[in-house]
Design a protein around this ligand. Structure first.
Ligand code: PLP
Length: 354
């Protein structure tokens, strides 16, 4: 297949030497270059790779007022031999376009996303940190920039990719609170899109949970707060006997996670029974109390697996058993982390290399 190569304007002096790779935080430092593609008159113009720099936007740009903004998140890993691995970027490409469709934004052509991403990673590959949990976090996103205050889909957009050397996002087990007041997404809304506004709306409830001593929330359905949806910015899974359970995607209130999809496929291949079905708060609470739920965890790009140690519900704090002994989630975490760093053979065709 022929790949597109886009024009590059290189940075005059790399900032690489100013970065302390021993003290990376998530999403704080940015590599030398970014990709920028502009859309107007109903076409995407040829993208450019430019030095990472501020944007110039009019104050009337529609993203500031009506919030047409979507994004993706994925990672590039490097092994000790300097080889680079990227996990299922084609799935991020597809999800960005389904978010775009829901937010009435134009779809991005595959070569701009995929070839642009690969070219950018190649150019800034020295920025990919090596080591446990370290990666170059890749953030493709699209914003609407028409300087026009009428409420309608913008006529012009910017698609960009920025990259950030990062250490892992979470570590250890998390304490979560079942949210029974606020909602992340409602039926008919935009929960299945990776739309910026979903995250804005989640900040206050997450902050309140943190003030109560939790790390994150478990989101429940907006109507009655009876069904489990997601865990913070991760999908939620649990293990009951030989069954791996997760809430279904059909209500379109849950982000269709790429880690979720991959783990469900692996679970099936490994002989677990996979059930995508509604899970009630009552089933979760009772299953923790009677020990029939052996593992409960969030799944997502940031941490791959985030084991849950405590679930807060009403005035109770339910304790899960020691996560270091959990069979399925530890096995799948190790498998995916080894796959993403080239240590196990990619039998599913999930990995791209440079
Ligand atoms: C709300 C939400 N749910 C789930 C996920 C997990 O998705 P993925 O596995 O594709 O990272 C994310 C992260 O992107 C998210 O923001």
């Amino acid at each position: 297949m022929k790949h597109s190569t886009f024009p590059v304007q290189k940075i005059a002096t790399s900032k690489l030497s100013s970065i302390n790779f021993d003290n990376l935080k998530f999403g704080r430092d940015f590599s030398d270059h970014m990709l920028l593609a502009e859309y107007n008159d109903e076409i995407w113009k040829t993208p450019q790779i430019l030095p990472y720099q501020p944007l110039e936007l009019f104050p009337a740009a529609s993203v500031f007022h009506y919030g047409q903004a979507i994004f993706e998140g994925l990672k590039a890993h490097k092994n000790d031999a300097g080889e680079v691995f990227i996990f299922r970027a084609d799935e991020n490409f597809k999800r960005l376009n389904s978010s775009a469709a829901r937010m009435s934004m134009p779809e991005i052509p595959e070569d701009i996303f995929m070839d642009g991403l690969m070219q950018l990673i190649e150019l800034d590959k020295d920025w990919i940190p090596v080591g446990d949990g370290m990666s170059l976090y890749l953030r493709p996103f699209m914003i609407a920039d028409d300087p026009f205050l009428g409420v309608k889909p913008s006529g012009s957009y910017k698609f960009m990719i920025i990259t950030s050397p990062s250490a892992s996002y979470y570590s250890g087990a998390v304490k979560v609170k079942i949210e029974s007041h606020y909602s992340r997404a409602a039926v008919g809304g935009v929960g299945a899109a990776k739309a910026a506004g979903n995250y804005a709306a989640s900040l206050l409830p997450a902050k309140k949970a943190q003030e109560e001593g939790y790390d994150q929330l478990i989101w429940t359905d907006a109507k009655n707060h009876q069904y489990l949806e997601e865990s913070g910015t991760m999908n939620l899974m649990l293990v009951k006997g030989k069954k791996v359970l997760t809430p279904p995607l059909d209500s379109k209130t849950i982000l269709p996670g790429i880690t979720r999809k991959s783990i469900l496929q692996l679970a099936e291949e490994w002989g677990y029974e996979v059930m995508e079905r509604p899970i009630t708060v009552t089933e979760l609470v009772e299953g923790i109390e009677d020990n029939s739920i052996s593992e409960l965890f969030g799944v997502g790009t940031a941490a791959t697996i985030a084991p849950i140690s405590v679930v807060g519900y009403k005035d109770n704090q339910l304790q899960l058993p020691d996560y270091t002994k959990w069979e399925f989630s530890n096995k799948v975490k190790q498998y995916l982390e080894e796959l993403k760093t080239g240590k196990v053979k990619d039998t599913h065709n999930w990995i791209e290399t440079l």
